[in-house]
Design a protein around this ligand. Structure first.
Ligand code: TXA
Ligand code: MG
Length: 356
């Protein structure tokens, strides 16, 4: 039953969920439909992970290329073994340490897992989310739920039900609205499917510091993006998370030169007649004082900045703005969540940034 129109939006209080709404959403998943739901990271676009036809509807709704595999979400740690085989002890240890939570494990897949889900790869990505609505939905569906972020392909990930509606209205049967997602950045992805050291495929909501404490030999992705480098995970393409306006990034070693460079850049672009916004850590929100630039206070710490990033990009693109200027903290001052946010901004800017 593809593309029921209109899309139904159901409000659910995560602390007091309506059983009938979850039962209905679970039934829609079992029957091959699409349900968007909140996780602690971002909203997901869910379908029965074991039904290739249903998974196909996710690709169609998002206009996502078929070579980009999708994460299977589970509600209990035991379900991992039903999707994956030859699970290394490191995976069990990570699952026990960080699930439920913003961590995805890539593991050798079992034969019955649809090739469409894994984009033909021999591995499957598995995650046990912490959000009560996500877990209740997976339980109501009585099977693992395939779910990419619920945005159209290459757009910023959705952190509110309204973002899902904006991108996918008429393309998803039901949206469960559980309010804004608390982490706001997608899960961290660790590949344990290969022989050798585990590889981090995507920086995300589980900070690097926490992962490293468990996996001292973790290999990191190359963050210096360039168009001719293959993406580390199939879906981490260069142009991703992009709002409608141009994103211009600055990164510097010290605040004084960054501040001066930002001001110069803003003045140059204003002189060219551009309409500007700036996304700046709270402490820097006064840096463009006196200039007609719409400044968005991004957040006072890395958790707040992570939670706010995608929503801020989507808010700004609703306005008549030509470019969004954004500054990252000096690299030495960045923690794991700041690095994850910078990674998203870099992709929104198609890999380009100005080093000050
Ligand atoms: O936080 C999240 O992970 C959210 C919520 C909904 O759980 N999901 C999400 O899914 O961000 P998506 O599809 O937008 O990003 C998943 C990433 C993609 O880059 C994909 O290529 C990678 O995971 N991935 C999935 N399966 C994989 C596999 N078998 N091997 C390598 N990478 C895989
Ligand atoms: Mg995505």
């Amino acid at each position: 039953m593809p593309y029921l129109t209109p899309t139904y939006l159901i409000h659910l209080d995560p602390r007091d969920m309506v059983a009938e709404a979850l039962a209905l959403a679970g039934q829609i998943i079992r029957e091959g439909g699409l349900v968007a739901f909140p996780t602690e990271t971002v909203y997901g676009l869910g379908a029965n992970a074991l039904d290739a036809e249903a998974v196909g509807r996710i690709f169609a709704a998002k206009e996502r290329p078929a070579n980009d595999p999708i994460i299977a979400h589970i509600a209990h740690i035991e379900q991992m073994a039903a999707l994956a085989q030859d699970i290394p002890p490191q995976a069990e240890a990570l699952a026990r340490a960080f699930w439920p939570g913003p961590l995805t494990l890539v593991l050798p897949k079992r034969p019955h897992v649809p090739d469409l889900l894994t984009a033909g790869q021999a591995s499957v990505a598995v995650r046990l989310p912490a959000h009560p609505i996500a877990r209740a939905l997976i339980e109501a569906a009585e099977r693992p739920i395939a779910a990419p972020s619920a945005n159209r392909f290459s757009r910023p990930s959705p952190t509110q039900a309204e973002h899902v509606l904006h991108d996918l209205s008429g393309r998803v049967d039901v949206i469960l609205d559980g309010g804004p997602t608390p982490i706001g950045l997608e899960s961290s992805i660790v590949d344990l499917s290969q022989r050798g050291a585990p590889r981090l495929l995507r920086l995300g909501g589980l900070p690097l510091e926490a992962l490293r404490a468990h996996l001292p030999d973790l290999r990191l992705p190359d963050l210096r993006l360039s168009a001719d480098q293959p993406a580390p995970a199939p879906g981490t393409l260069l142009k991703h998370y992009a709002p409608a306006a141009e994103v211009v990034l600055l990164r510097g070693h010290d605040e004084a030169s960054l501040r001066a460079a930002l001001r110069r850049l803003a003045e140059e672009r204003l002189a060219q007649g551009q309409r500007l916004a700036a996304l700046l850590p709270d402490a820097w929100a006064g840096w463009l004082e006196g200039l007609p630039v719409q400044v968005v206070a991004w957040g006072s710490d890395s958790a707040a900045r992570g939670a706010r990033l995608f929503a801020a990009l989507r808010e700004l693109e609703q306005q008549p703005i030509d470019a969004i200027l954004a500054c990252a903290l000096p690299q030495a001052a960045q923690d794991g969540l700041d690095m994850a946010a910078w990674d998203r901004l870099l992709r929104a800017a198609e890999g380009r940034f100005i080093e000050v």
